[in-house]
Design a binder for this molecule. Sequence first.
Ligand SMILES: Nc1ncnc2c1ncn2[C@@H]1O[C@H](COP(=O)(O)OP(=O)(O)OP(=O)(O)O)[C@@H](O)[C@H]1O
Ligand SMILES: [Mg+2]
Length: 274
Amino acid sequence: MPENRPSPPIAGSSRTIGAVTTDNPVFACRDVNVHYGDKHAIKHVDIDVGRSEVLAMIGPSGCGKSTFLRCLNRMNDTIESARVTGSIMLDGQDIHDRKQDVVQLRARVGMVFQKPNPFPKSIYENVAYGPRIHGLAADRGELDEIVNTSLRRAGLWEEVKDRLNHPGTSLSGGQQQRLCIARTIAVNPDVILMDEPCSALDPIATARIEDLIDELRESYAICIVTHSMQQAARVSQRTAYFHLGDLIEVGETKKIFTNPQAKLTEDYITGRFG
Ligand SMILES: Nc1ncnc2c1ncn2[C@@H]1O[C@H](COP(=O)(O)OP(=O)(O)OP(=O)(O)O)[C@@H](O)[C@H]1O
Ligand SMILES: [Mg+2]
């Protein structure tokens, strides 16, 4: 277990309303800025992500939700024009430290995308790939065990146990998304980032993923970007509202949806814009 670490102080430039810090955070982000060339896409964001918490990120299209999410596992490194500044601490360690191995970081901070993106490999190999490259299994028996457990935890085992050697792409969209979640879980992450994970799914597949998020919260911190306020209200404990690159307000989900403090948050959740 990580030792109990308090949140680092906020620099004083934060204009965010609400409780940006948590006790013993898994992520502590301070004064995070992202520029794409001249475009200032994320502005002085301070926020913690708590353990065993689902943090929902909401806001109008283009406000920077995906950009901020990508900061947390350094996926913005892959975008040439992107420049990230500020401090992002994962369990008290700076993710931008020169000693930080990015492949390790992305195993600890897994990501599930909007469109399910299984590898062009079998169902088994999709889940086994990560544990294999990270050397998490000593032999085939252990690897089988990890694949089995990950598929069970992702709620997919019963549907695929008789066809593990079929291509991942032969599954339905909702099953593929659960396969991607199984693939993420298989390397034993601390945090799972989800960028609109249900937007390509029907209501039944969406409900399954939402139930799954609720179960996974016991073991992982989860940050989810969603355009569905109902979804944010159903799955998250804390909600962060972004607007034009600013983190306007963050707080307990119930409070954000029933009694927001900022006019911008209120306008968004009541559907006045967005
Ligand atoms: N690769 C990129 N190059 C240049 N600008 C970018 C890039 N990605 C995003 N942006 C810009 O940064 C801003 C934030 O974009 P981002 O994709 O993070 O928003 P978002 O809140 O996720 O939007 P959506 O809800 O539509 O997914 C936008 O103005 C966008 O045009
Ligand atoms: Mg986005």
